[in-house]
Ligand binder design. Structure first.
Ligand code: UDP
Ligand code: MG
Length: 320
């Protein structure tokens, strides 16, 4: 499928206390959009949508000024700081109303803005989602690089379909965003949801740069809670681990039972020792197993309450 129609692009940028980089980011994004418009790759009605995520500094004021000066800029301001993922979702859902293509990007220009051209090309040749993937992480600190990469690997191990080294620099079509709306979950971890939506997707590689100015808005505490959210919102494998551990301890208790009885029969024990040792292992095993079993049901409740769509139709010949 080759798309030829004029496409309205919205570039969605979540901002939390980004006054130091915002003007520069705005300038760069404007240049990018203007060049794409000049090449008639996107519609002249394309815009840059800033999401002010309850910033305490001049971020919103800057966004307002930008939009007054040039109609290519627009923005929404959230009532309070709700975190990157929620801000992003608010931006995507707003952009969806006006745009055919939406690209999300961080405010600090760590993602390579020049990768947008290639994303649009891939969209034009039929991809509904285009993931921006970091080819290298040289600019990241050792700590950030190692923890981030282990996180992606661990998520894969837990059976979560997640694109390795892809953050939230991503193109999605209007159709994909409409499907995203059907996901009823409250703890959103967008990187995990997009692969669940499916459709034809593609990847664009880029080198991750250093933050232009200002400090990271993801201190270690937020990073950890983000990773934890990702794991617990997408996998029930940790519950299975408890169940498996229970089974393991139970099996061990059988071996211990045989061993202690043998020792007792050989008459080398103190009175009561056999009984206590067997009880401890058996009870521990049964308890761990029971917790895991209850966990299985909680896992089921968890999947039910997420209310995720059970299927998404790509093409329907009845409608043609
Ligand atoms: N951000 C946000 N709300 C928050 C934290 C971050 O909207 O509560 C935005 C931030 O302004 C930036 C993006 O999320 O545009 C990514 O944050 P940052 O660059 O600080 O994260 P890092 O690249 O260090 O992981
Ligand atoms: Mg950043």
């Amino acid at each position: 499928m080759i798309r030829t129609e004029k496409n309205i692009l919205y570039l969605v940028i979540p901002c939390f206390n980004e006054e130091e980089v915002l003007t520069f980011t705005a300038e760069k994004s404007k240049e990018k959009l203007c060049s794409l418009i000049a090449l008639s790759k996107i519609s002249p009605n394309s815009k840059i949508l800033f999401v002010n995520d309850g910033s305490k500094d001049k971020t919103w004021q800057i966004i307002r000024e930008l939009s007054e000066k040039n109609s290519i800029f627009t923005g929404i301001s959230l009532s309070k700081n709700g975190g990157h993922q929620n801000a992003l979702l608010a931006g995507l859902m707003t952009a969806k109303k006006y745009a055919d293509i939406v690209i999300s990007m961080d405010a600090d220009l760590q993602d390579d803005i020049n990768a947008i051209d290639e994303m649009i090309d891939k969209y034009k040749s039929g991809a509904e989602i285009v993931y921006g993937v970091r080819a290298s992480r040289k600019s990241d600190s050792w700590f950030k690089r190692t923890t981030a990469q282990s996180f992606y690997k661990f998520m894969r191990y837990l059976g979560v379909d997640i694109v390795y080294n892809h953050a939230d620099f991503r193109l999605s079509s209007k159709r994909v965003l409409e499907k995203l709306e059907d996901f009823g979950e409250v703890n959103i971890f967008l990187r995990g949801i997009f692969p669940l939506i499916g459709f034809k997707s593609d990847i664009v590689y880029y080198d991750r740069k250093e933050r232009l100015a200002g400090k990271t808005k993801y201190p270690k505490r937020k990073m950890l809670s983000f990773a934890w959210d990702g794991i617990t919102s997408f996998s029930i494998k940790p519950i299975r681990m408890i169940l498996n551990l229970g089974i393991l301890i139970f099996l061990a208790s059988v071996i211990i039972m045989i061993y202690t009885l043998a020792v007792k029969l050989l008459g080398k024990t103190v009175d009561g020792w056999t009984f206590i040792v067997i009880s401890i292992w058996l009870i521990a095993g049964i308890q761990m197993f029971s917790i895991g079993l209850i966990g299985e049901y909680i896992g089921k409740i968890y999947s039910e309450t997420k209310n995720r769509p059970k299927y998404i139709i790509d093409e329907d010949l009845n409608e043609e």
